[in-house]
Design a protein around this ligand. Structure first.
Ligand code: NAD
Length: 424
């Protein structure tokens, strides 16, 4: 099989993670170009992957001006910086490994989808849950008919209180104008996995959701703007930036806040003094929801509820109810799929290949997608996880419809909605 060459656009956290996975399988991947404006990040990736200095660029425009220099273009820029590089890379004939969401607006998602279909290139969205041992096994069980016809799914995404404050209050995704609405940018994973598991068309959606806790009204009396300036409730506050970022507990959180891969205490201290990562979680510029519920109806009368919520330790839980049995899973701290068979009246614990948890290492999903893309682009992929861009787009359109239903307080007929989106 052919070794794939890769050009990275957006050399941040995700590029570092995927890049390191590719680096471990040099017979399959070679990173040959990078575009990243932050000097320390670009230089880190240049040395890490032995990229020729003349193939290291500050912006995506400079890299793509060189034409098609690799088989695959990995686009891991922020949500709002997806459309430009994606459209240009498609025009040049690149296959894309494109981070989720496809883009931050419905119009842009549609443009990318249509352009990719017209050009005939593969655009593979990084909905990494599809590639985890847990969800691959779950799909296999559902497809085998073991629990009969699926009637209902209750699915919960516990974002986790600390993760919520790090990413969706202080971080890149707190403000919808800088990223997108919560379901589009975060829970597009969940809507995608639900639709993938049942493979049915969506018929209608409705939703409630709001930002209730992480806002100014709840700031403790006397709290300074920055935690490091001494907060009267700093000792008991779970989100005190000094306690969250300065101890060397989470490389991911420290390197994200400082925007430095080889991060030091001095980098972190500077970040929590000068950036929003050090701000009181009740005084940031966030506006995305901290809890949201969704009701969905799919073909064949399948009802689905989905809840995204900040107020928990984190992890996903799913309960799938079929005519012959039910399944329960948890992504954090559980190592088996729990099945109850109505006919045998028996419980069964079914192991899956990957014992990792979904949060953090994405339960093997990051490794899984890298391997799957290699096989897909070499024409030998046999799994069910790699979606076409049309499938990913369809599931993104559902999330946009959900957000519209939430904001307008209405139920949306999804068949009509999708038809209109495609006609416009
Ligand atoms: N699949 C998943 O589970 C998953 C998990 C986390 C994040 N994400 C998605 O990945 C994307 C990136 O997230 P991240 O945490 O890596 O963000 P990041 O901020 O660490 O990385 C983005 C990088 O793009 C760079 N950039 C900015 N302007 C650029 C330009 N003009 N040309 C080239 N590069 C430019 C930034 O300097 C930054 O280093 C987001 O859209 C996010 O939603 C997906």
């Amino acid at each position: 099989m052919k070794k794939l060459t890769v050009a990275i656009i957006g050399g941040g956290n995700r590029a570092q993670v995927y890049g390191d996975i590719m680096r471990k399988i040099p017979d399959k991947y070679q990173i040959v170009a990078v575009a990243e404006p932050i000097d320390n990040r670009r230089e880190f990736l240049m040395h890490r992957h032995k990229i020729a200095p003349e193939m290291c660029f500050r912006t995506w425009e400079e890299l793509l001006e060189k034409g098609k220099v690799a088989d695959l273009c990995m686009i891991t820029t922020m949500d709002r910086l997806r459309i430009g590089p994606a459209m240009k890379a498609i025009e040049l004939g690149y296959h894309l490994m494109l981070e989720k969401p496809i883009a931050s607006t419905l119009e842009e998602c549609k443009m990318i989808t249509h352009a990719a279909e017209k050009k005939g290139v593969k655009v593979i969205i990084c909905t990494v849950l599809r590639y985890t041992g847990l969800f691959v096994k779950l799909k296999e069980i559902i497809d085998s008919g073991r629990i009969g016809k699926v009637m209902s799914i209750n699915h919960e995404e516990g974002v986790g209180d600390v993760h919520q404050t790090h990413s969706y209050v202080r971080g890149n995704w707190g403000n919808s104008a800088k990223s997108a609405d919560m379901l589009v940018q975060k829970s597009c994973h969940d809507i995608d996995i639900i639709q993938w598991l049942i493979e049915k068309k969506c018929k209608s959606v409705q939703s409630y959701g709001m930002l209730s806790y992480f806002k100014r009204d709840n700031a403790p009396v006397g709290s300074p703007d920055y935690c490091i300036d001494g907060c009267p409730v700093g000792e008991e506050c779970p989100y005190n930036a000094v306690k969250l970022y300065l101890p060397d507990d989470s490389y991911w959180m420290r390197s994200t806040c400082a925007k430095v891969f080889e991060v030091t205490d001095a980098d972190v201290e500077k970040a929590i003094r000068e950036t929003q990562y050090g701000k009181c979680v009740f005084k940031c510029d966030n506006d995305v929801v901290d809890h949201q519920t969704v009701n969905m109806l799919f073909e064949d009368d399948i009802t689905v509820t989905f809840t995204m919520n900040a107020f928990n330790k984190g992890g996903r839980h799913m309960h799938i109810m079929g005519t012959k049995g039910e399944i329960r899973i948890a992504t954090l701290g559980d190592e088996v799929i729990h099945l109850y068979d109505f006919v045998k009246k028996q419980h069964e614990d079914i192991p899956f290949n990957d014992l990792g948890c979904i949060t953090g290492a994405h339960g093997g999903g990051d490794d899984g997608i890298v391997q799957a893309i290699y096989e897909e682009l070499n024409g030998v992929y046999k799994g069910k996880s790699v979606p076409t861009i049309r499938e990913s787009y369809y599931n993104h359109v559902i999330t946009f419809a959900i957000e519209e239903a939430r904001k307008k307080g209405i139920m949306i007929d999804f068949e009509e909605y999708y038809k209109k989106v495609e006609e416009n």
